[in-house]
Design a protein around this ligand. Sequence first.
Ligand code: NI
Ligand code: MN
Length: 228
Amino acid sequence: MLKITFNGHANFHFTDGRSHLLIDPWFTGNPSAKGRPFDYDQIDLILLTHGHRDHLGDAIDISKKYQAPIAAPFELAMFCQRRGASVAQMNHGGKLGFDFCTAKMVNAVHSSAFVDKGAEYTGNPCGYIIEMGGKKVYFTGDTALFGDMKLYGELEKPEIMILPIGGVFTMGPEDAALAVGMVAPKFAIPMHFGTFEILEQSADSFAKALLGSKTEAVALAPGQSATF
Ligand code: NI
Ligand code: MN
């Protein structure tokens, strides 16, 4: 069993009923956030896809509070470690095993830096293939459409794909529907839409594009969960 909760934007919580994983946990300042960073009794692991603020979010504070390691592209992990977080080092192509899940880091076509007054390099952006609760999930991270998604679909056969549909900074609904077609999961959960005015405001056109395909769109509102 894997229960996936959408916390808004690209922020997701996974639990198998015993262990707790957060991905890109942006709560503070997230206009679509449901929940707060310290709402949890327990967090066991945090996965980060890249160093942009809307993904790094509250990860460092959450790591400190729960003694939860952050797995991230190497330079981003070091960035977090310098700020007091515990980290699990890895990089693209690598797979880490934890006692309740595995996470394989895969490519994403995007950019990555912690942008403040300047921009601090935080490695290359990534996605993850996550196995937890007997399910396999392809979490693409912020990305454009790219051809190797087809390879991930063929090699990994994920049941669930979580992908951005908002456009402007990532794939929009049409490219996202093509990405789903290449990976062919049973379920596709859209993310990275509706948070800002500039992004696609609903998942309707994405869901419509999947009608008649072998994949069911599971559009979650912030705060909603789905159990697989
Ligand atoms: Ni980004
Ligand atoms: Mn983003």
